[in-house]
Design a protein around this ligand. Structure first.
Ligand code: F1P
Length: 348
C-alpha cells in the first residue's frame, strides 16, 4: 500500500466516510428538502460538471428506477449554452439538482444564478459547500473532507445521499437498509481485491475502454474519467453492446477492455468481453456473480457477491476504476495527487 498517496488513502477510507454519511442521512429531513417539488410533480434535472456530471447520470437512473418517473442529467454547460434544448419545453415544471463537490465551479454557479433569476427553486448537493450552498435554502451537504484533485469518496458519498433521498421518497425501507450494509461490504471487498487491482494496473496497454449498460453506463464513464485524470491515459466509455458497432476495431494486444456487468444483461455483456479477449485484449470485469465464460475471459475478475438490490451496488462498482486509475498513474511514474494539467476546481 502506498501510504504517501493521499488519493489512495481517500479511496481506501470510503467505508468510514460512507458510515458517517449514512448517520447524517438518517438524521436529515430529506422529504423536507424536496417538499413541493416531488418527482411526480416536477421533472428532476440533475446537473454537474466532470465527475459530478457522471454522478448526475447515476442519480437520474436511480431516481427513475426507484420511483418509476423520468429524470434527466446534463452537464452545466448545456444549460448555459443550449438552454432551450436542455430544459423542458413550455411550462412543464422541473426541479434542478445542482451537484458540485466544491460548490465553487463557475459553470455550476452561473446555472444557479440563472435559476435564481427565474425564481426556479433548486436543491444543491455538495461536500465543501462554498458559494453554492448560500444560493438556495435546499442544501444536502455530505460530510466528506476530500483534499485530492480527483473526486473519489465525494462521488460515492453524494451518490449515496441521492439514492438515500430517492429511497426515502419511494418508501423503500429495504433499500435504505441495503445502503447501510455497504460500508462493511466495501471493506471486505477492498481487502480481497486491492492487491489484484494494483497488479493488473501494471499491464502495458495503449488504448483503454470501459463498458456498461443502464445505470452502469454512468459508472463506466466515471471509471474512464478516473483513469484519464489519475494516469493521463486516454480512456473511452461505451454502452457494452455498442462496442461491437465500430469501437472494437481498436481491440487487440495493446488494448484493455473493462466491463461493468449488470445482472439482467450478464450473458449478453459477458459475450462482448469474451469476444474482446479473443481479439487479444487485456480484460477486466466487475460483476455481482460470475458465470464460467466470464471467469475464463477476464484477466481480472472482481466478483462482488452482494445481496442488496442492483441499483444499490453502483457505489461499489466505481471503486475499482478509482483504484485502477491511481495504481496505473503510479505504474507510469506519475503522481495521482497532482494530475497533469488539472486543478481541483474549474473557475474562469
Ligand atoms: C467538478 C470537477 C471535477 C474534476 C476536476 C474539476 O468539480 O470537474 O470533477 O475532477 O477536478 O472539477 P465540482 O463542481 O464537483 O467541485
Amino acid at each position: 500500500m502506498h501510504r504517501q498517496v493521499r488519493t489512495l488513502s481517500e479511496i481506501q477510507n470510503q467505508p468510514q466516510v460512507w458510515s458517517d454519511c449514512l448517520s447524517l442521512l438518517q438524521q436529515t429531513d430529506l422529504s423536507g428538502l424536496t417538499a413541493g417539488r416531488e418527482p411526480e410533480r416536477a421533472e428532476w434535472i440533475f446537473v454537474g460538471c466532470g465527475t459530478s456530471f457522471y454522478l448526475a447520470q447515476a442519480a437520474a437512473c436511480s431516481l427513475s428506477l426507484l420511483l418509476n418517473v423520468s429524470a434527466r442529467a446534463m452537464p452545466a454547460s448545456e444549460i448555459l449554452l443550449f438552454r432551450s434544448m436542455a430544459l423542458p419545453y413550455g411550462h412543464r415544471p422541473y426541479f434542478p439538482i445542482l451537484i458540485s463537490r466544491s460548490g465553487h465551479t463557475s459553470e455550476i454557479l452561473q446555472v444557479a444564478e440563472y435559476f435564481q433569476s427565474q425564481g426556479v427553486s433548486f436543491l444543491a448537493v455538495t461536500c465543501d459547500g462554498r458559494e453554492l450552498k448560500e444560493m438556495t435554502p435546499r442544501v444536502l451537504k455530505m460530510p466528506v473532507a476530500e483534499e485530492s484533485t480527483v473526486m473519489t469518496s465525494s462521488f460515492t458519498s453524494m451518490l449515496l445521499g441521492l439514492q438515500y433521498l430517492a429511497g426515502t421518497l419511494a418508501g423503500r425501507r429495504d433499500l435504505l437498509n441495503a445502503l447501510k450494509t455497504l460500508p462493511g461490504e466495501l471493506q471486505r471487498l477492498l481487502d480481497i481485491y486491492t492487491p489484484r487491482v494494483e497488479a493488473f494496473a501494471q499491464t502495458e496497454v495503449e488504448d483503454v475502454a470501459f463498458l456498461g449498460q443502464g445505470p452502469l453506463y454512468s459508472i463506466a464513464s466515471e471509471t474512464a474519467l478516473k483513469v484519464m485524470e489519475s494516469s493521463s491515459t486516454y480512456a473511452q466509455y461505451f454502452h457494452t453492446l455498442e462496442f461491437r458497432h465500430g469501437p472494437k476495431s481498436i481491440a487487440g494486444p495493446k488494448t484493455l477492455v473493462g466491463a461493468l456487468i449488470s445482472e439482467s444483461g450478464l450473458e449478453a455483456e459477458a459475450a462482448v468481453l469474451r469476444e474482446m479477449k479473443g481479439l487479444g485484449s487485456a480484460t477486466m470485469a466487475v460483476t455481482n456473480t460470475a458465470i464460467p465464460s466470464l471467469r475464463d475471459s477476464s484477466d481480472l475478475l472482481i466478483e462482488l457477491g452482494l445481496s442488496v438490490p442492483e441499483i444499490a451496488r453502483l457505489v461499489i462498482y466505481v471503486v475499482w476504476g478509482q483504484l485502477f486509475g491511481s495504481y496505473r498513474g503510479l505504474a507510469k511514474g506519475m503522481d495521482p495527487d497532482n494530475p497533469q494539467n488539472l486543478s481541483r476546481v474549474v473557475t474562469f
